[in-house]
Design a protein. Structure first.
Length: 68
């Protein structure tokens, strides 16, 4: 059952919805813990992937954690 927002006098409770606009748009290197922020999660993933190819070539894309 989805969580409900608190009741307001003028509104009925609604389920809390997933909002892409509020999602974090970053990836993190699992090896050196550097963060890569961007306007979109895809751009952050690309930046992290390029970092991994340059600084951690043996790990490739597995060095990135992206909470999406």
């Amino acid at each position: 059952m989805p969580a409900l927002r608190p009741l307001r006098e003028d509104k009925v409770s609604e389920p809390i919805t997933h909002s892409v606009a509020r999602e974090p748009k970053f990836c993190k290197c699992r090896l050196c813990h550097e963060y890569f922020y961007a306007d979109t999660i895809a751009a952050a993933r690309v930046a992290c992937k390029e970092h991994g190819e340059r600084f951690h070539p043996d790990w490739h894309v597995t060095n990135c954690y992206c909470p999406d």
